[in-house]
Design a protein around this ligand. Structure first.
Ligand code: ZN
Length: 485
């Protein structure tokens, strides 16, 4: 496959560069306008998006908690289904980073930082940011072209974009971008306009409303982001650097929101639980975490109190008090049998105590109750592997929905299951896919070599390995040749 693109035009979210990455603000990226949209084919955009996402793994902490991932995907797709381009592919994910940021990469890859999620006070506020990013993609806003594109490859562009789109507070990301840019002699210019931001707000708000979220939450959240500078003393949030916010813009957004009829928009329990879980993962002081949720558990509506108790359970588990955690989760699971997170949390406590028989029992029951819930299945698979039940694990892996089957964790679990079953060649094969999907091409090639040396290698597998070796090698060569220029 020839990676080179004759002309590369990218549709991206808007952004500028913060200070550590300011070295690359010489970059020029002419706005080619909407008419250029056709110059990158959907297949090229998909390939670029996937390469971009692989690169992000080496530069940011992508959240792999399945419940969190499942939630962000579901709210994202609820919105994109009502966007101006519902047929466009979209993939949503959470980056574990306290900086307040969200971004849209090529191929519909939309990332949102944990810090931004924790700053939201309602589900509609989170939806308003996602709707804004979706609008940048569907309006194919900032077309970017690279001069001397004949010399550019998808791996190079993907690495550069990954570095630029990440928080400028990560000095390594800025440095990587600079190197990639120099290596490829890339000339592009960061180009955002007030008009694009306005349009993303306008289009985003209509998507927000059509998806049954509160349009008024957009100006409210914009304002909170502006104020967070004062409250948190962290300097200007990345989102505001990349999506400049004037008083005018907030006022415009508020004016537009007021034209929609007023009604109540209650948060889903999944939003509240996701936020509680992200908080539990982010907070390193677990005693403070327990105090935080204990306080919250005494106020608010029943759903909010339940989410706070869930947070208390997570804090107890982190504080090595499994009995206290299990008591809370068991009570919640009985009270809310339709909320799968409580049963999953209960099973996880048992698994963490190495009580795999109990954990597997709860997971098996939950999988039967929620047959389309991949998050529970994946936790079940992990426990099955810990209790040496690789055959059931393989069977459950096979039952996952298709979008999960090119995720890094999927390959990792497959590799482990095959290793337990002494399918050594297969195990190396899937480890290779795991490494490649997380941007570690060198290690992927090494695993293919190891697979080819195994005694259980058969002809069909050899054919697959040879084909993958070619693919990985081409990716590697492209990167090397770009570095050499
Ligand atoms: Zn924007």
């Amino acid at each position: 496959m020839n990676y080179r693109l004759l002309t590369l035009i990218l549709a991206l979210g808007c952004y500028t560069l913060g200070s550590p990455a300011a070295d690359i603000d010489k970059i020029q990226l002419p706005d080619m306008g909407d008419s250029s949209g056709a110059l990158i084919s959907p297949a090229q955009e998909k390939e670029l998006g996937e390469a971009f996402f692989r690169n992000l793994h080496s530069q940011a902490v992508i959240n792999h908690d399945m419940e969190i991932q499942q939630y962000i995907q579901s709210i994202g797709h609820q919105l994109s289904a009502h966007s101006y381009a519902p047929g466009n592919p979209f993939y949503f994910f959470v980056v574990m980073d306290p900086d307040i940021n969200a971004f849209a990469g090529p191929g519909g890859f939309i990332g949102v930082n944990s810090g931004l999620i924790l700053l939201t006070e309602s589900e509609s506020e989170l939806a308003s940011v996602l709707a804004h990013e979706i609008a940048h993609v569907t309006q194919r806003h900032l077309y970017r072209s690279f001069e001397e594109v004949n010399r550019l490859s998808i791996p190079t562009i993907a690495a550069t974009l990954a570095a630029i789109l990440l928080s400028s507070q990560n000095p390594n990301a800025g440095q990587a971008a600079l190197m990639a840019v120099q290596a490829g002699s890339v000339q592009f210019q960061i180009n955002f306009t007030r008009e694009h931001e306005k349009e993303a707000d306008r289009v985003g708000m209509s998507t927000l409303y059509d998806s049954n979220f509160d349009p008024r939450s957009m100006p409210i959240f914009f304002e909170r982001m502006s104020q967070s500078t004062r409250f948190y003393g962290q300097g200007v949030p990345e989102f505001l650097r990349t999506h400049p916010m004037s008083e005018n813009r907030v006022a415009d957004t508020r004016g537009r929101a007021e034209t929609y009829p007023y009604k109540q928009y209650p948060d889903t329990e999944s939003y509240l639980l996701t936020k509680a879980k992200i908080k539990a993962i982010s907070e390193s002081d677990k005693t403070a975490l327990l105090q935080h949720f204990t306080l919250l558990s005494q106020q608010g509506a029943p759903d909010q109190r339940a989410a706070a108790r869930y947070g208390m359970g997570l804090a107890y588990a982190d504080l090595q008090q499994p009995d206290a955690a299990a008591a809370i989760f068991a009570e919640l699971a009985t009270q809310y049998p339709n909320q799968p997170q409580y049963q999953a949390a209960l099973a996880k406590v048992a698994a963490d105590q190495h009580n795999y028989a109990k954990a597997n029992l709860i997971y098996a029951k939950s999988v039967a109750s929620f047959p389309h819930n991949d998050a529970i299945k994946i936790e079940y698979i992990r426990t099955l592997l810990k209790s040496e039940q690789a055959q059931i694990a393989l069977h459950t892996l096979d039952s996952l929905s298709e979008p999960q089957k090119n995720q890094p964790f999927y390959y990792e679990l497959l590799a482990e299951a095959h290793a337990q079953l002494h399918h050594s060649a297969e195990s190396h094969r899937y480890l290779a896919e795991y490494y490649f999907s997380t941007g570690q091409t060198e290690e992927a090639i090494q695993q293919v070599r190891l697979a080819k040396q195994e005694a259980d290698l058969n002809y069909p597998l050899l054919a697959i390995l040879n084909e993958r070796m070619n693919f990985f090698q081409t990716d590697q060569d492209e990167r090397k040749s770009q570095r050499g220029k």
